[in-house]
Design a protein around this ligand. Structure first.
Ligand code: NOJ
Length: 505
């Protein structure tokens, strides 16, 4: 029997593009699809297998695209459907897959479905959203964003309350209504037919809620992760399987309990991958990372494939959160664990968060600093827009763009960009790193070390979380260094903040 080929979404690296901040081709200060096409080679040269685009759909942008007003059109700010087709085609020519963000839990309040739904109690689309009568909010559910605001808003003309897990401008769809599920499946098909290779599913766990609207209790949430979520995700998976190729469903399952997370990926008929926010939210501690990774390994070893990321458009960047000198160690961790790594645009440049002055803040939830535009070219060459834009950018460009710009780092063998490229190339060339088993090993305090093994080839990864030297694990002795975060890798010792990959004899 021929060996089964590892699917691309297991061996490859996914690169997240935040379209507003990637590249602005039409000169309005906001990134767009043509801009992405012009810069796709950067992603190819980095060695990624796929891009995931944050939402590009028509939207009033109350939550910068996570409030969709038309699932089957591109927002004019980003371009047109033809631009989306061109992007998908160009990506495929470059050998990159394309994942779109799919936002199933809610729409914009400007979506025609909600406009109809809110019009009257007997509107045929009334049941597409969650409505309740009463003098007070139907339960104590709290909206994400804002200061503990109720997840309910009372709406004229009917005087009833509608549910919104996020902003009032983002009413929740009612997935207990089969017509909603069918309509959302059609949205998936619309994009799958256009050639997209899969979806990152926004708050995937939220499409199952207690239909009785019970209050959340310690240890049991009624507002998300209800058992009905699992058949619904399986339904999404079946839609992907109507199409050829290896189309993939990646869930943003924001549950801070790995035991609750694992079932989303281990059944074999739901999500292929799910982001792990227990991992993303860890403090910088070797012991904590080891414990969490070991636990998730245990939970997913049979039939589950993890996805790892430490950066995205909702969280402070690792170079800020953990510190610049540790960001390479964090990258080495994400790119060498058993699982699919997700990188977020700009982390390969070592970008930190950008300070946004109070009068320039635009996000409802303080996420502007990690969404600052990509610096492509030194401002001394390209002007203050750093090759991102020729106009005033929608968020400030990084103050160190002169040094951090991609084209500057591409000329420097010691740069973060060069390091990421080497790391991705090593991962791609080393089956133990992209497909091997995982086993953590005994190491000095502050060192997280593990061995990846594939067909007899063993590679040890040792990550020093301390700013001081620490002994390399005994197992590494006599091994051959494949890559270090540092220029000089001393035998037997890890420097402070060093990560090292060692091939064992
Ligand atoms: C998670 C997305 O990543 C975030 O940016 C968005 O605001 C919420 N879901 C609501 O869609």
């Amino acid at each position: 029997m021929p060996a089964t080929k590892t699917p691309w979404w297991r061996s490859g690296v996914v690169y997240q593009i935040y379209p507003r901040s990637f590249a602005d081709a039409d000169g309005d200060g906001v990134g767009d699809l043509r801009g992405i096409v012009e810069r796709l080679e950067h992603v190819r040269d980095l060695g990624a297998a796929a891009v995931w685009l944050s939402p590009i759909y028509r939207s009033p942008m109350a939550d910068f695209g996570y409030d969709v007003a038309d699932h089957t059109d591109v927002d004019p700010l980003f371009g047109t459907l033809a631009d989306a087709d061109a992007l998908i085609e160009r990506a495929h020519v470059l050998g990159l897959r394309v994942l779109l963000d799919f936002v199933p839990n809610h729409t914009s309040d400007q979506h025609p479905w909600f406009q109809e739904s809110r019009a009257s109690r007997d509107n045929p689309k009334r049941s597409w959203y969650v409505w309740r009568a009463g003098d007070a909010p139907p339960n104590g559910w709290i909206a994400n964003f804002g200061d503990q605001r109720p997840a309910w808003t009372r709406d004229e003309p009917t005087g009833e309350w509608y549910l919104h897990s996020f902003l009032p401008e983002q009413p929740d769809l009612n997935w207990d209504e089969p017509e909603v599920e069918a309509a959302m499946h059609d949205v998936l098909r619309f994009w799958l037919r256009r050639g997209v290779d899969g979806f990152r599913i926004d708050v995937a766990h939220a499409i199952g809620k207690d239909p009785e609207l019970g209050d959340n209790e310690p240890g049991r949430r009624h507002s998300e992760g209800w058992p009905s979520v699992h058949p619904r995700l399986a339904g999404i998976r079946r839609v992907l399987e109507e199409f050829d190729g290896e189309r993939v469903a990646v869930g943003e399952v924001y549950l801070l309990d790995q035991r609750a997370l694992a079932p989303y990926i281990t059944s074999g008929d739901e999500l292929h991958l799910a982001h792990n926010f227990v991992f993303l939210n860890l403090p910088w501690s070797a012991q904590r990372f080891r414990t969490v990774v070991d636990e998730f390994e245990e939970l997913t070893r049979e039939g589950g494939w993890p996805a790892w990321c430490l950066n995205n458009h909702d969280h402070s960047r690792t170079a800020t959160r953990y510190g610049w000198s540790r960001a390479r160690v964090a990258a080495m961790l994400v790119l060498t664990l058993r699982g699919t790594p997700f990188l977020y645009q700009g982390e390969e440049l070592g970008l930190t968060d950008v300070h946004v002055p109070p009068d320039a803040i635009v996000d409802v939830d303080d996420r502007d600093p990690e969404r600052a535009p990509m610096p492509w070219v030194a401002p001394s060459q390209a002007g203050p827009g750093a090759g991102f834009t020729t106009r005033e950018p929608w968020l400030p460009v990084h103050p160190d763009a002169e040094l951090l710009a991609a084209s500057v780092q591409a000329q420097d063998a010691g740069s973060d960009l060069a390091f990421y490229r080497e790391l991705l190339a090593l991962r791609a060339a080393t089956a133990a790193l992209h497909s091997g088993t995982y086993r953590s090993v005994t190491a000095a305090p502050d060192v997280f070390a593990f061995v990846r093994e594939h067909e007899g080839r063993r590679v040890l990864v040792a990550l020093n979380f301390a700013p001081f030297p620490r002994a390399l694990p005994d197992e590494a002795h006599g091994g051959r260094t494949l890559l270090s975060t540092h220029e000089v890798a001393a035998p037997g010792t890890l420097a402070g903040d060093e990560g090292r990959i060692v091939e064992l004899g």
